[in-house]
Design a protein around this ligand. Structure first.
Ligand code: ACO
Length: 328
């Protein structure tokens, strides 16, 4: 059974930077509060005329270029997002069209911030089973359009962008994805969610508009506690399944939600700071895009070398969580 391996990564971000100081002008908040509570200093915000597919397409093109793969070779496109261009069709289909992936089956996946790890898990299984040879996995979001910019509890956290990876069957050696583990705990479905614009509270009805149900709602403290536990559980499952310990990990790439969540998770796992990749000070929480953007940055900065053991670890609304362990 061939192992699935990431052979190219790419990312794309809006040009516009919104700093904590910028937010001080419109909100009762300050840089010091945001920095100490979250670690975030700035985030990127999509311009008018830019959508989730805009960044997904750009990130995918970069990943294809790095992999030296033509889009027509792709068998599968899986795009994790909670901010698709439209409720339907899938944003993955728009990406398929834009990049010319004429042979690929394309669909979106809704697993919030775990979307990329969930997508990687699907691509891994398709490749191992021989059902696909080359897959494109994307995490892409334009969260700035679903956050309430008057709610200081949530709007300070999020940013826009996309990351992508080309996953291919590896016939050269034994490197590649060693395992993926995905979990859900639906009993917390309404701890972090967008109440409006689905079939319960349709976009155009009075209640959705009056109660502003089209914006993200979140119980931050509850999310925080469960995120640390869930990420610990997912990462520990990956290590146990492969008979490894934290000491074996070369680079840990956690979901970039909050510096304190990352630090608490790393501490529980026994990972030293130099093995933990963090870029959330620059981009905030980009949900499904956070791990593939971080992976691409780490890859392009040569933080990952052939043979390195890389652990991805995600947690998000649902709750969903999961990990992917790979030998690069
Ligand atoms: N600026 C200034 N003050 C603020 C702000 C702000 N932006 N936001 C809240 N406060 C105030 C609150 O009103 C509260 O004031 P009060 O004591 O007078 O009532 C005080 O700060 C403390 O609020 P808490 O909510 O207790 O602050 P906490 O330390 O828990 O930090 C935070 C809040 C940052 C949201 C934290 O709970 C968190 O990071 N949770 C995880 C949420 C998350 O990451 N969600 C992303 C999606 S899920 C995921 O990706 C894993």
């Amino acid at each position: 059974m061939p192992r699935a391996r990431i052979i190219g990564t790419g990312s794309a971000l809006p040009e516009r930077i919104l700093t904590n100081h910028d937010l001080e002008r419109t909100l009762d908040t300050n840089d010091e509060w945001i920095t100490t509570r979250t670690g975030i200093k700035q985030r990127r915000i999509a311009a008018e005329g830019q959508f989730t597919s805009t960044f997904a397409v750009e990130a995918s093109r970069r990943a294809l270029a790095m992999a030296g793969v033509d889009a027509a070779e792709l068998d599968l496109i899986v795009l994790g997002t909670v901010t698709p261009d439209f409720p339907f069709p899938a944003t993955a289909c728009i990406v398929q069209h834009e990049i010319g992936a004429v042979r690929a089956a394309a669909f979106d996946l809704s697993a919030a911030c775990s979307g990329f790890v969930y997508g990687l898990s699907i691509a891994d299984k398709y490749i191992r089973m021989g059902m696909a040879r080359k897959a494109l996995v994307i995490g892409a979001e334009v969260l700035s359009r679903v956050v309430d910019w008057t709610d200081r509890n949530t709007c300070i956290l999020f940013g826009d962008g996309a990351g992508a990876a080309i996953v291919a069957a590896n016939t050269d050696d034994d490197n590649g994805i060693l395992s993926t583990h995905i979990f859900s705990n639906g009993s917390f479905w309404n701890t972090l969610y967008q109440p409006g614009c689905g079939s319960r509270n349709p976009a155009g009805n009075d209640r959705t508009i009056e109660d502003r149900l089209f914006f993200i709602k979140m119980d931050g403290n509850d999310v925080f506690k469960h995120a640390v536990r869930g990420m610990d559980e997912a990462a520990s499952a990956a290590l146990a399944a492969n008979g490894m310990s934290a000491a074996d990990i070369s680079l840990f790439i956690p979901h970039q939600a909050n510096r304190r969540i990352i630090d608490a998770t790393s501490k529980r796992l026994g990972l030293s700071e130099d093995k933990v990749f963090v870029n959330l000070h620059n981009y905030g929480n980009t949900s499904a895009a956070s791990i593939p953007i971080a992976l691409d940055e780490a890859n392009r900065a040569n933080r990952i070398k052939k043979g390195d053991l890389v652990l991805l670890d995600a947690f998000g609304g649902g709750f969903t969580y999961g990990s992917a362990l790979m030998r690069w």
